[in-house]
Design a protein around this ligand. Structure first.
Ligand code: ZN
Length: 411
């Protein structure tokens, strides 16, 4: 692979100089922000420090770099994140205090550093949270207009739960924040809006946001119970991971609160089924859930894409036409630029879906009933996206998994 400007610039820094680590970290973070990287990985190996970053959901290797003879790069990151530099044998986590690293005067990007001891030294991962200016409101997420409108109507409800489901890195939190901002905008401060998050990724004006603190015994489930005594009308609950939180959140949705939450699941139907498996009473789910949004982030093809002629490349997908990624200067030779949301919206409006939940039906049945009630599945949305030419069969397979090929419902 040819060396990129970034590699050249980083390799040009004198590794024997006293300011090596400081210079390296400053340059690297600046490049990372410029390229809208979501995560930065620094892995010590026997040969040097391996640096990788995640762009549009895909990890790319920048290369191997010297650790630094005077000061180490990972130690510099620990200083920025106010971690204990002399403790190298335990995992640590911290956030880079605003303004402590001057990269870009306009920068409001939240950065978190976590370290982990490994064979050749501490590995560090820097996570960049979306900047505040990005994705302000529901209509800016790129959802189909009718879906955004439906979601907007659900956000006007005074009771019930809206679940945002997807795997890690599928943009659930971004959607949740956009929903929250929508509620704030529509009510103009007229509703009591609170959140309980782990962590707070972006501050939202008009919302009383709280962050759980496990070390201090402030947990999600118990915190949520306390929060309910604070007379809230709209609650954003950070990702539901256990029975207790699921139960408290769903009960709240039955008793006069609008609950907004994210949930780890492959599809809307799977989210419902998983909540049943988590022992939330089916009648609570049937009465509480207003809608489930299942979503993924899919990379958009760069304009350098070219038509696919061989059907092999369609990997069994039933589409009329398709494009494949090529690569050019503008897309850093990846063939893709930016990402868009691919989503399905399951509405709990029909009697049949309610019945299926009460009878604890399997994912496939819930899925089928939702589709006959008008839901366009992630699968069909993905085929549309390929037909429309904004993404490729290979990208759809990467994001929705191999089960997708066999025509089964994606997970
Ligand atoms: Zn390109």
């Amino acid at each position: 692979m040819q060396r990129t400007d970034v590699q050249n610039r980083l390799l040009a820094i004198d590794a024997t100089s006293e300011s090596y680590a400081t210079d390296f970290v400053r340059e690297l973070l600046a490049f990372a922000q410029h390229r809208q990287v979501s995560d930065l990985h620094l892995q010590p190996t026997g040969e040097g420090l391996k640096v990788q970053w995640r762009v549009d959901g895909v990890l790319q290797t920048l290369g191997l770099f010297p650790f630094g003879t005077v000061t180490s790069i990972v130690a510099r990151l620990k200083v920025l994140a106010e971690l204990l530099t002399y403790r190298t044998e335990v995992p640590q986590e911290g956030r880079v205090r605003e303004g402590s690293v001057s990269i870009n005067s306009q920068s409001t990007i939240e950065m978190r550093v976590s370290t982990f001891p490994t064979l050749y030294g501490e590995r560090a991962v820097v996570r960049f949270f979306a900047s505040q200016s990005e994705y302000q409101y529901l209509d800016q997420l790129g959802l189909p207009a009718s879906m955004a409108a439906d979601l907007g109507r659900f956000l006007e409800e005074t009771t019930g739960a809206i679940l945002i489901a997807g795997p890690a890195g599928s943009g659930k939190t971004t959607t949740a924040y956009a929903c929250l901002r929508e509620v704030v905008r529509k009510t103009e401060g007229g509703r009591s809006i609170v959140s309980l998050e782990d962590p707070i990724e972006v501050p939202v004006a008009g919302v009383a946001q709280s962050q759980i603190n496990s070390a201090a015994g402030f947990e999600l489930a118990s915190g949520l119970k306390s929060l309910l005594r604070q007379d809230p009308e709209v609650i954003l609950v950070g990702e539901i991971r256990d029975h207790e939180t699921a139960n408290v959140a769903m009960q709240a949705s039955l008793t006069g609160q609008l609950v907004l939450t994210t949930f780890h699941a492959g599809s809307a139907a799977e989210a419902v089924r998983r909540l049943i498996d988590m022992d939330v009473e089916p009648y609570v789910l049937r009465s509480g859930i207003l809608a489930v949004l299942g979503q993924r982030l899919v990379r958009c093809l760069c304009k350098c894409a070219s038509p696919i002629e061989s059907s092999d490349e369609l990997i069994g997908l039933k589409v009329e036409r398709a494009l494949r990624p090529v690569g050019c200067e503008e897309c850093q030779h990846t063939g893709y630029r930016g990402r868009r949301v691919l989503a399905e919206l399951m509405k709990m409006s029909t009697v049949e879906i309610g019945q299926a939940i009460l009878q604890r039906h399997e994912v496939q049945q819930i899925q089928m009933l939702s589709q006959s009630a008008g839901m366009i599945s992630l699968h069909d949305r993905a085929l549309n996206a390929i037909n429309e030419g904004w993404t490729s069969p290979a990208e759809v397979r990467r994001v929705l998994g191999f089960r997708f090929e066999s025509g089964e419902e994606p997970r």
